[in-house]
Structures are given as structure tokens and as C-alpha cells.
Design a protein. Structure first.
Length: 471
């Protein structure tokens, strides 16, 4: 028995050694090293986060390269435009026809710059029209849980930082149904039978009370989406957990336990609100208003969205507010990137509106790149000043993008690579098998197993020697 016990213990350790050598892992289950497993899993989570952060950083590099490449083309067009303005100033040798030809070419350049600003995209996100990185922040947490604006509103790009004003026109309601069978008190017994809520069946007995039924329904609210309450002298009230149409439910009560026999449907109302933002700046005028509707794509009736995918989540307080209220702010022009493996490890890149109408402003009164005229001598002079200002603006923007890429993203990628390398080494020292040491242990166990089996065979043969004496 002693030999058998030792052979069994050796066999168990031998099997563990084979598992470690075949998987390359010292910890194959929590039982191998509980504390080590906890530490190792935390390291693995960090390593996975760093891997994704590195990919995020590479996406940010590509994002910046796309914007900077487009601005490089704008710079080239501005250089050509400046040459035209210099040529147009030479009125002593140029005819009016030649000057007008220069103006026509300048108009084409200006249109191309505006087109680049409008159409440059990274995926579906526009980069140079002022809408890149619209950040929505909630200022009325009592009324609004969260907001998201993707850069387009009322079929136009959001190019101006603005307040978000909400007017709830239709408040969301929960689907509700009060049974026609009344109970004098919570201890009043119910009829025996069955009923179903959203297909989930409930069975009652004649010994159950109204409160028992309420508790039974509430215990199953996670699967039915319906809760119950009760007031003495009335029927049991069923109410959807969620607001709006997503909480619609049906009560089938063949035995009339809670309600008149048959199937009754209960419906809720989705919230509807008018959302207003400053569409294009107070100087240009115009507030844009869009209707947001709750319940789209099966969402809670308090989560409102528009056709562009912008969303706003009302609280119950906000849902009940009838007067217009300021929900939050939209900040335009700053794109946020998750560049680290943990919360709040972000970096921002600001991209302005580079349309022709926004370049070269505030240099010559009333002039910008979109309205320069080089058909007159004074116009050519003004155009040169505007173009010089626009060239400086584009060059400065490209420098900021380059600085972001080189000093923020590229250096962060290198730092993340070092962090990943060291975390992986630490995790490996905890989780992985020391092959040389384990092979030594494997050989030892192999010898012990073979010798144990040999000794067990000798132990089993000993009784035969004793029995031979009796013969």
C-alpha cells in the first residue's frame, strides 16, 4: 500500500510535468499557482491594452498623414495662386485679357482648395472642413446622461463650437397595465391558474397571496422586462422596466388570475425632442434645429437619435422637463485619440476649417482667399497680402500636425513598445515554464515512476514467497 501510494503521487506529478512541457506554461490552471495567476492575468490585460494602444497610435499617424498630405497640396495651389497675383500686378506688359485669364485660373485654384477642405476624409470622417473631432460635453447632468455628435447635423458639417439646447416635445412613458382583478390587501389570496408576460409563464396556487405574485413577477423582471407593484383595493400593476416602445409587453391570462381572460398589450411612448445648435457661427447667423426620436434600433425610449447618428440620452428628470434647457457644449476642431492602455491616456490634434473663405482673413478688411480679385493693381496688392497670410496659416497647421506626429505619436509608440517588452518579460517569468528546470524534474519523476513500479512489483511478489513455505 505504501508503494502504491508513492507511485500514485509520482504519477500525478509526472502528469503535471508533461502538461507544463507540452504547453510551455508553468500555470495551466488556477490551482497551479493562484496568486501567480491573478498577477499574470492583470499583466496580460495590460499587454493586450498596450497592443491595441499601439494600433490606435498607428491609426493616429495615418490620420495625421492624410490631413498633412492634403494641406501639402493646398500649399502648392497657394504658391501657384501667389505667382498669378505677382504676374497680374505687372499691368505694364499684360493686356486685360491676360489678366482676366489669370483671374480665371485663380478662381479655379480657390475652388480646388475649398474642394480639398470639404472632401478630404479619413474613412468617413472629414478632416479639413472644421468638423474633425467634434467633442460633446454634458453640462446638465440632471437632465442628460450622455451626448454624442459625429460631425454632421441637419445634413451639414458641424463647423462651429456651440451650445446644445433641448426641448422635449413628447415625454417618454413606460408601458403599463393594471389588472382588472382587485385584491383588498397584499395578503389576499389569488386564484389558481397560469398567466404569461412576454411569453414567460407563471403558475399560481390558491394559497398564494397578491404579494407573492408581485414578488414572483419582480424576480423574473430580468427576463421579462416587466416589474410589478400593488396598492390595496386595486389590481396588480405591471410596468415595463424600460421607457418607450422597447418596453412594450403583453399579458396572456387564460385563467383570469390578474386580468380579464385573454391577451392584453401594453405600449410605451418614445421621447421626441428638438435639438438646436449654432449651425454656422453667430456672425453668419442661423440656428439649426433637428428632431431627435427615441427608440431607434431597439434602444431605450430615453435614448434619442437623429438620422445622422447623433445621440442624446435623457434622464427621467430631463424627460419630464417641459421647458427648453441647455444640455451641453460642442467643441469643434479637436480630434481625440486613445494613445495609452488605460483611462484618460489620450492625445488631441486640432484641425481647423481650411475652406478658402476661412483662409487669409483679418489681413485686408473684407477680404479672404475666396473673394480676392487680381484684375486691378490694388486688387493684386491685396491678393498678395491675403495669399501670404493663407500660406502662413497652412504652413503653421502643417507644422502643428508634424509636431503631433513626431513628438507625441511616434515617441509614444516607442515608449509603448518598451513597456510591452518589459511587461511581457515579467508575465513570462510568472506564467511560462522554465524548460531546463522542468526537464530535470521530468527526468527525476520518470526515474521515480519506473523505480516505484519495480518496487511495487517486488512488494506484490512477497506474499507468494511466504505462501511457498506452506507448500
Amino acid at each position: 500500500m505504501n508503494a502504491l501510494r508513492n507511485v500514485g503521487a509520482t504519477g500525478s506529478e509526472f502528469a503535471k510535468s508533461i502538461t507544463k512541457l507540452s504547453t510551455g506554461l508553468r500555470i495551466n490552471s488556477a490551482a497551479d499557482d493562484p496568486a501567480g495567476l491573478i498577477i499574470s492575468e492583470n499583466f496580460r490585460a495590460q499587454i493586450a491594452g498596450i497592443d491595441q494602444a499601439i494600433r490606435n497610435n498607428q491609426d493616429a499617424v495615418n490620420f495625421a498623414k492624410t490631413a498633412e498630405g492634403a494641406l501639402d497640396e493646398v500649399n502648392r495651389l497657394l504658391r501657384d495662386a501667389r505667382s498669378l497675383a505677382v504676374a497680374a500686378g505687372n499691368t505694364g506688359t499684360l493686356s486685360s485679357t491676360q489678366i482676366q485669364a489669370n483671374q480665371s485660373q485663380l478662381n479655379s485654384i480657390v475652388a480646388s482648395i475649398s474642394r480639398i477642405a470639404e472632401q478630404t476624409q479619413y474613412g468617413t470622417k472629414k478632416l479639413l472642413d472644421g468638423s474633425a473631432g467634434v467633442q460633446a460635453s454634458v453640462t446638465s447632468s440632471a437632465n442628460v446622461g450622455s451626448m454624442y455628435f459625429g460631425g454632421s447635423f441637419n445634413s451639414a458639417a458641424i463647423t462651429t463650437s456651440s451650445l446644445v439646447t433641448v426641448t422635449v416635445s413628447t415625454a417618454a412613458t413606460r408601458a403599463s397595465l393594471t389588472g382588472s382583478v382587485t385584491f383588498a390587501a397584499a395578503t389576499t389570496t389569488v386564484s389558481a391558474g397560469t398567466f404569461a408576460i412576454n411569453g414567460r409563464s407563471f403558475t399560481t396556487s390558491s394559497s398564494m397571496t397578491a404579494q407573492d405574485v408581485v414578488n414572483m413577477i419582480n424576480d423574473a423582471s430580468g427576463s421579462t422586462g416587466v416589474s410589478a407593484d400593488f396598492a390595496a383595493g386595486a389590481g396588480i400593476t405591471l410596468k415595463a422596466v424600460n421607457f418607450g416602445s422597447v418596453g412594450n409587453f403583453s399579458l396572456s391570462d387564460a385563467n383570469g388570475v390578474l386580468n380579464t381572460a385573454g391577451t392584453t398589450a401594453a405600449t410605451g411612448t418614445d421621447a421626441i425632442a428638438s435639438i438646436t445648435i449654432d449651425a454656422n457661427g453667430s456672425t453668419a447667423g442661423g440656428l439649426a434645429t433637428v428632431t431627435f426620436t427615441g427608440g431607434r434600433n431597439g434602444s431605450n425610449g430615453l435614448v434619442l437619435s437623429d438620422s445622422a447618428g447623433n445621440t442624446l440620452s435623457l434622464t427621467e428628470t430631463g424627460n419630464a422637463t417641459t421647458a427648453a434647457f441647455t444640455a451641453g457644449n460642442l467643441s469643434v476642431g479637436s480630434s481625440s485619440f486613445q494613445v495609452g492602455a488605460n483611462a484618460n491616456q489620450t492625445a488631441n490634434l486640432s484641425l481647423a476649417n481650411f475652406a478658402a473663405s476661412e483662409l487669409g482673413k483679418n489681413i485686408v478688411s473684407g477680404k479672404n482667399l475666396s473673394n480676392i480679385d487680381i484684375t486691378t493693381s490694388s486688387g493684386a496688392t491685396d491678393a498678395l497680402q491675403v495669399l501670404d497670410g493663407a500660406i502662413s496659416e497652412i504652413a503653421r497647421a502643417r507644422g502643428e500636425i508634424g509636431s503631433f506626429q513626431r513628438n507625441v505619436i511616434d515617441s509614444n509608440i516607442r515608449a509603448l513598445g518598451v513597456a510591452r517588452e518589459n511587461l511581457s518579460a515579467t508575465e513570462s517569468s510568472i506564467r511560462d515554464t522554465d524548460i531546463a528546470n522542468e526537464m530535470t524534474n521530468f527526468t527525476r519523476l520518470q526515474i521515480l515512476q519506473q523505480s516505484g513500479l519495480a518496487v511495487l512489483a517486488q512488494a506484490n511478489s512477497s506474499p507468494q514467497s511466504v505462501l511457498s513455505l506452506l507448500g
